[in-house]
Design a protein around this ligand. Structure first.
Ligand SMILES: C[S@@+](CC[C@H](N)C(=O)[O-])C[C@H]1O[C@@H](n2cnc3c(N)ncnc32)[C@H](O)[C@@H]1O
Length: 219
């Protein structure tokens, strides 16, 4: 997957996205926003906001910013915000989540719903989520990870070469993801149909990671 393929796939999906993935992914969207336990005035960033299906689910007293690389998905999110009068959505930007234009520590909570297995470099995505989130803020990820059942996992591996066509990697391994990102996961919950997807809540451990790097540098 590269960013051009992502844009191409989601240009194709945009018109029918809500029909295919609206209801299917809805329990996970609701569960993660509930788990975020948003407090009044909090600054929330949602990366890969897509057509904005999650936006009406946030409490009205937070400030939500959404970003996505797909113009066509974003156009639908903008229409939703306007059509439903979602005043808590303060901005929607076209932006690559692996290279964000936000300053460090701009948000209290950062969430990625069904995005980690879509982006070309998941570790860069998490690094950027950490950077723009305040220290001790929280990161949330909902995603499908490769199934532990050998038959289901085998099928996922089999269709993995179709990633560019599907718009996500079906054989995305949770173990590798956690290894590569160093996410400090405090809660892991199965969500959606057949518990096929996983929700992760992680502390923003950027300060302790920087501390570790400094230790290595002086060792
Ligand atoms: C499977 S959709 C999920 C959309 C939405 N979060 C939802 O709950 O339905 C993945 C979205 O991530 C976006 N995306 C993929 N890579 C991205 C990147 N590097 N930066 C920003 N958005 C990205 C895609 O354009 C698409 O809208």
């Amino acid at each position: 997957m590269d960013i051009q393929s992502v844009e191409k796939v989601y240009r194709r999906y945009a018109q029918r996205y809500d029909f295919y993935f609206g209801a299917l992914f809805e329990p996970g969207r609701r569960a993660v926003i509930e788990q975020m336990n948003c407090r009044p005035g909090e600054r929330i960033l949602e990366v890969g906001v897509g057509t904005g299906l999650s936006l009406p689910l946030y409490p009205r007293d937070v400030h939500v910013t959404g970003i996505d690389v797909s113009d066509e998905m974003l156009a639908r999110a903008r229409a939703r915000v306007e059509g439903e009068g979602l005043h808590h959505v303060t901005a929607l930007h076209k932006m690559n989540a692996e290279q964000m234009r936000f300053a460090d520590d701009s948000f209290d909570k950062v969430v990625a719903m069904y995005v980690a297995s879509v982006v070309p470099h998941p570790a860069r995505l998490v690094d950027e989520m950490r950077r723009v989130c305040r220290p001790e803020g929280e990161l949330y990820i909902v995603n499908h990870f490769q199934h532990s059942n050998p038959v289901v996992g085998g099928v996922e591996r089999l269709i993995a070469p179709l990633s560019r066509l599907l718009g996500f990697r079906p054989d995305f391994s949770l173990e590798n993801f956690l290894d590569q990102t160093g996410l400090d996961v405090v809660e892991q919950t199965p969500v959606n149909l057949f518990d096929y997807w996983t929700m992760l809540r992680a502390r923003n451990n950027k300060n302790s990671l920087q501390g570790d790097a400094a230790l290595f540098a002086t060792a």
